[in-house]
Design a protein around this ligand. Structure first.
Ligand code: HEC
Length: 124
């Protein structure tokens, strides 16, 4: 009986985890026009986002960032999951003068899925 309950729980949880992962991949699709998660890829309109979580803001040395992001970097701001989620809700509100022309993501579940995906893009 116990193992049945465990199996039942697993069968409920696994598809949910897979769906959340898929949502993260889907939410990142529009970002790929400007951002790559492959550390070797350069030359896109936006900075490379590999290893973003835990990295200092404006931390890609190959990229020429706007003054507002360079200032945040000089202040030592780092990307964690919480900051990234707030950023994604309204990027220009967090960094007025940001050079990223993208409206925020209104749906909280979509933002969270995207943050989880960016925390562990190897699962893509
Ligand atoms: C039209 C191109 C474009 C799109 C689409 C875009 N970005 Fe950006 N993004 C940029 C640019 C350009 C910058 C640098 C902005 C600056 O210097 O002010 C940036 C900066 C960022 C940063 C800060 C990076 C760092 O090194 O600190 C993050 C995080 C980010 N984008 C995430 C995303 C996500 C997630 C998406 C999709 C939901 C997205 N961006 C969509 C162009 C884009």
């Amino acid at each position: 009986m116990k193992s049945f309950a465990v199996l039942l729980l697993l069968s409920l949880l696994l598809p949910a985890a897979a769906a959340a992962e898929e949502n993260g991949v889907r939410a990142f699709a529009p970002c790929r026009a400007c951002h790559s998660l492959d550390p070797a890829e350069r030359g896109l309109p936006g900075p490379n986002l590999s290893g973003l979580i835990g990295r200092v803001v404006a931390g890609n040395t190959d990229f020429d960032y706007s003054p507002v992001l360079r200032k945040a970097r000089d202040e030592g701001l780092r990307w964690d999951a919480k900051r990234l989620e707030i950023f994604l809700a309204d990027p220009a509100a967090m960094f007025p003068g940001l050079w990223m022309s993208m409206r925020g993501i209104e749906d909280a579940a979509e933002r969270q899925a995207l943050v989880r995906f960016l925390e562990d893009p190897a699962s893509r």
